[in-house]
Design a protein around this ligand. Structure first.
Ligand code: MN
Ligand code: MN
Length: 298
């Protein structure tokens, strides 16, 4: 394996590990306000248990679990497999997950009852439930921007069909691919500027401080803390301490900052405290996914 591929592989793994760590770090803060977080933790910098889910420290939630469903389906099929993804979502929903978003549940039930692989447009589908799980597709389409765009939207439409969700998926997908390829923040910023030009609601300067499950608020929070952040830990800590949908903003920041800063920048103390089964599986899956991509020419 040449040095460039080694770098791409390691950043892909960092992105998937980062997603899981961000999810686990944010989970106990989900639905809390910044004031409540400050009163209880000061600034939360470590993996703890608790929150409304009464989660165990280092455990992940639906954000990582749905990403795993997608990753396993693509790896099992050796490529894109929308029906396989829907089947894995259905099996996951039946397993009574710790947490599941309303829009996701509705979309998965729509597949279970009618076999539908696409929900119709719904004005209430502008939540962040499709963006949080795009990473496996981003990895398996590395080097093919057009295919990445097509697949992030197809997986999104299993549960979320809304132009704001679609645009956020496409923009984040490009940012993560560019990060894995070693591009700079100014280059990534151009993707965000293009998103804002198409949908001015995503403007994040000045930052409004909202981190709800509405995809526009979610992405503003991620953009704000990513472009000011100085390393993986800084980006992630500031994001989850914003509260609101903290596990999901954390998961999204984790994949982006993981891809951007790489494995060496992910604090050891977090890696050690995470559920080791999840850490092992995402490491293996990230490699299998990126090996399926057009970028992989050993
Ligand atoms: Mn979650
Ligand atoms: Mn969430």
């Amino acid at each position: 394996m040449n040095a460039q591929l080694r770098e791409i592989l390691s950043r892909s793994q960092a992105a998937f590990l980062g997603l899981a760590i961000g999810d686990a770090l944010g989970a106990p803060l989900e639905f809390m306000t910044t004031g409540e977080i400050k009163a209880k933790y000061g600034l939360l910098k470590d993996l703890v248990g608790g929150g409304w889910l009464r989660i165990k420290a280092g455990r992940v939630t639906d954000d990582t679990e749905m990403s795993l469903c997608i990753a396993r389906a693509i790896v099992a099929a050796g490529g894109w497999d929308l029906k396989g993804i829907a089947e894995n979502f259905a099996a996951w929903l039946k397993s009574r997950p710790l947490d599941v978003g309303d829009t996701c549940r509705k979309g998965i039930r729509n597949y279970m009852l009618k076999g539908a692989l696409e929900t119709s447009f719904n004005q209430w589908d502008a939540g962040n439930g499709a963006v949080m799980r795009i990473l496996p597709v981003v990895l398996s389409t590395m080097g093919d921007g057009g295919e990445c765009e097509r697949q992030v939207i197809a997986q999104a439409h299993l549960t979320h069909n809304h132009p704001l969700s679609d645009s956020a998926c496409i923009c984040l997908g490009k940012m993560v691919q560019l990060s894995i390829q070693g591009h700079s923040k100014p280059r990534l910023r151009k993707e965000v500027d293009a998103l804002i030009e198409a949908h001015p609601g995503f403007r994040f300067e000045p930052y409004k401080g909202l981190a709800t499950g509405y995809v526009v608020d979610t992405m503003q929070t991620v953009f704000h803390h990513f472009f000011r952040g100085k390393d993986f830990e800084d980006c992630l800590v500031n994001t989850v301490n914003q509260g609101g949908d903290a596990d999901t903003t954390g998961a999204i920041m984790g994949m982006l900052a993981g891809a951007y800063y790489g494995l060496e920048n992910i604090p050891r103390r977090w890696q050690k405290k995470m559920d080791s089964k999840v850490m092992d599986e995402v490491t293996v899956l990230a490699e299998r996914l990126v090996r399926l991509s057009p970028q992989w020419e050993p």
